[in-house]
Design a protein around this ligand. Structure first.
Ligand SMILES: *Cc1c(COP(=O)(O)O)cnc(C)c1O
Length: 384
């Protein structure tokens, strides 16, 4: 089976992890801060906090931004459930903003209209979570402008987008947001096995996320409520978690980071190849605005169902039967049973639901060969 995505592990990656295994610290050693500093420098962000998943990073980010019961958090319905769940962890309410049918990212027009209505009903969001779907940056300048007008904070779910650029600047620099989050799950652009990171230019947000990453415990005298009992002393000053990244993971990430630009360049080459060979078929790839450089975590096409020989589901099954691990990113979050229980229903976000009836993720990862790609294209050509 050709998977839709997979990691690339080099001898240097393996060596980097082996070095940590032979060292004094498997966790909380020197590799984690080295990885944090390297990613912060790559992105041009002031601070980076490494954690054990992007889900944990989203949770800590919401907590640091003060999300709590009574607050509203908005995101796109076309995302992984973690983008919405993070707000529920904090006791807040989640709502969604429909997508733009061409970029498949959150629609800034729908966002502006919903904000206008929310202002009148006194239900403005505390935080909006734009998701850079497939690695394609959202229209951040416009979302940022709306945040100033309506007073919400911005948390970028950049789980797909490390290595991408918006207006020639790296995603993750937080130029238009408070916090950006990356995922290092093996299908993402670079991997640490499991892992995530939150980036910010705000030192207080970074400090708070660092504290909450490890039980809410501090060893810094300046943060303690009273004088230390002795040199062994630490204080728990908040209720935190164990969301730490290990040194084994960070060493792998640091080694992978060296190939990040090459990975993204390769993904662009393969995506270009798909776009060229899909021309003339009744399928539409995600549009690529001029001011965006996607990280191309995923290559999604939308079937023009009325022009296709077979229904969407049948096309999907034919590709799977031919050994091609197509996927569907994503089932609209508001249609998940858990969210339906919370009051969402079909019809709430028509563009997202239409997308769901048309979308197909084709395999895309650095080691995908052009021969494999031709097999994907030939099989698709016979089905649509
Ligand atoms: C993968 C992903 C996450 C969660 O990442 P983990 O590191 O697996 O927790 C969150 N949001 C989006 C959009 C993702 O694709």
């Amino acid at each position: 089976m050709i998977p839709y995505g997979r990691q690339q592990i080099s001898d240097a990656d393996i060596q980097a992890v082996v070095e940590v295994l032979k060292s004094d610290y498997l966790t909380q050693g020197p590799a984690v801060p080295a990885f944090e500093n390297a990613v912060a420098a790559y992105c041009g962000a002031g601070h980076a906090v490494a954690v054990n998943s992007a889900t944990s990073a989203l949770h800590l980010a919401c907590l640091a931004l003060g999300v709590r019961a009574g607050d509203f958090v908005w995101t796109s319905p076309i995302t992984f459930v973690a983008s919405a769940n993070c707000a529920l962890y904090c006791g807040a309410e989640v709502d969604f903003v429909d997508i733009d049918p061409s970029t498949c990212n959150i629609s800034v027009q729908a966002l502006a209209e919903k904000l206008h209505r929310a202002e009148q009903s006194g239900r403005l969001p505390k935080v909006v979570i734009p998701v850079h779907l497939c690695g394609l940056p959202c229209d951040m300048a416009e979302i940022h402008r709306l945040s100033k007008r309506y007073g919400f904070r911005i948390l970028e779910d950049a789980s797909h987008a490390i290595g991408g650029k918006y207006r020639d600047q790296p995603i993750g620099n937080c130029r238009y947001s408070d916090i950006s989050v990356f995922s290092f799950h093996p299908v993402k652009i670079i991997t640490t096995g499991e892992g995530g990171m939150a980036l910010t230019n705000d030192s207080l947000l970074a400090k708070r996320m660092t504290l909450l990453r490890s039980h809410g415990i501090t060893r810094e005298a300046a943060e303690m409520t009273h004088e230390a009992d002795g040199p062994w002393y630490y204080q728990q000053i908040e209720l935190g978690f164990n969301y730490r990244m290990t040194d084994l993971q960070a060493a792998l990430g640091l080694s992978q980071l060296k190939r990040l630009d090459a990975f993204v360049a390769r993904r662009h080459r393969l995506a270009g190849f798909y776009r060229q060979y899909l021309a003339g078929l009744p399928v539409v790839p995600q549009s690529q605005p001029d001011d965006c450089y996607s990280a191309f975590h995923l290559f999604v096409i939308r079937l023009q169902n009325s022009d296709c020989k077979m229904p969407h589901r049948e096309v999907f099954c034919r590709l799977r039967d031919a050994g091609i691990g197509v996927n569907l990113h994503y089932i609209p979050v508001h249609l998940q049973p858990y969210y339906r229980q919370r009051g969402f229903k079909p019809g709430d976000f028509p563009q997202a639901e239409r997308y769901y009836a048309e979308a197909l993720t084709l395999p895309l990862y650095p080691d995908l060969s052009e021969a494999q790609q031709l097999h994907v294209i030939a099989t698709l050509r016979a089905s649509v």
